[in-house]
Design a protein around this ligand. Structure first.
Ligand code: NAI
Length: 329
């Protein structure tokens, strides 16, 4: 099957070509995102393969369907960038990679916690500058700290298991409690109570209309003053201007993010020679107690290999006329 692969970085090409070992499919790689402006690139391809910052809104879907596309293969678990009702209406099949390495994302979230707590981002620069002073690097023991986990699915469970190993007290908020987390002794609480009791809050729920700006001016006010917030899930879970006000007031003491609501204009590109126009992002960058990574939590060899293999298996199933086990409806 001929597939137009959008937002294709060298590492995507490497892992997809390896998974497509026998060359069953003709993969044509485009660096460009798939947006309404780039739909011409998809013309004549029965399949497109896209990532999280490709924007598959109604007009884009109509254009690619008119150009002959039937399959949208997401190289991701989240599908909030695809207008599913319109895709269904147009008869487009949407497939995804439901899980590729929950460990990768959970471990990155833990990395952000350790970095912020022990101020490793500052310590690294200080020592390189022969500044061996400790003033300003004071952290706290994670052992016995209370960690609130919002969303205890695959990633939230891995994260909870790691934090359990640190000796943390673990709380959870999720409409569907996980047996793994209950077995760890975790207590499920309503959101206001979890936020009020946690020293660290980590977001692991999907972005949906119900979770959009889950952390907003009101809910940030429920936090324990000076708490740490970690978001490796989706930028839209957090109201950024409200978060900035909470950091300025001290209500949020530390923020670690791997995702940002307006990241589509920034992440995955080298913009080091560019003047960034996003004032909220620049303000966050300027705070000493904020660490930002550019949506790299998934970025391990194991995850890329699993993403590529599942994507090719999804395309195999569609090309073979089978019902796709990873179809999003
Ligand atoms: P999952 O589907 O296994 O778990 C999601 C959990 O969130 C479920 O237990 C669900 O019941 C819960 N949930 C649903 N609505 C909720 C609500 N209103 N409040 C609290 N919990 C709610 O998903 P998985 O694999 O654990 O992934 C979680 C999220 O992580 C994804 O949706 C994606 O946005 C993000 N992600 C980020 C990556 C990165 O590189 N930064 C990579 C992969 C995923």
């Amino acid at each position: 099957m001929r597939i137009a692969v959008f937002s294709a970085k060298p590492y995507d090409q490497q892992f997809l070509n390896a998974a497509n070992g026998k060359g069953d499919h003709e993969l044509v790689f485009f660096d460009a995102h798939l947006t309404h402006a780039t739909t011409a690139l998809a013309a004549g391809f029965p399949g497109v393969c896209v990532f999280i910052n490709d924007q598959l809104r109604a007009e884009t879907l109509r254009a690619i369907a008119a150009g002959g596309t039937q399959l949208i293969a997401l190289r991701a678990a989240g599908f909030n960038n695809v207008d599913l009702p319109i895709a269904n209406e147009l008869g487009l099949t949407v497939v995804r990679v439901p899980a590729y390495s929950p460990y990768a994302v959970a471990e990155h979230a833990v990395g952000l916690i350790l970095m912020l707590n022990r101020k490793l981002h500052k310590a690294y620069n200080r020592v390189r500058d022969d500044n061996f002073a400790l003033q300003g690097l004071l952290g706290f023991d994670l052992h016995s700290a209370t960690v609130g986990v919002i969303g205890t699915g695959k990633i939230g469970q891995c994260f909870s298991q790691i934090m359990h190993g640190f000796g943390c007290k673990l709380l959870a908020y999720d409409p569907y409690p996980s047996q793994v987390c209950l077995d760890l002794g975790m207590e499920y609480l309503p959101l206001p109570e979890l936020l009020a009791a946690s020293d660290v809050v980590s977001l692991h729920c999907p972005l949906m209309p119900q979770t959009h700006h889950l952390l907003n001016a009101e809910s940030l006010g429920w936090l324990k003053p000076g708490a740490m917030v970690i978001n490796t899930s989706r930028g839209g879970l957090v109201d950024t201007p409200a978060m900035i006000r909470a950091i300025k007031s001290g209500q949020v003491g530390y923020l670690g993010i791997d995702v940002y609501e307006q990241e589509a204009n920034l992440f995955f590109e080298d913009l080091s020679d560019t003047v960034i126009q996003d004032d909220d992002f620049q303000l966050l960058q300027s705070f000493p107690n904020v660490v930002i990574t550019a949506h790299q939590a998934f970025f391990t060899r194991e995850a890329l290999s699993n993403i590529a293999e599942t994507t090719i298996a999804n395309i195999d199933q569609f090309a073979g006329g089978e019902v796709c086990s990873n179809q999003v409806k």
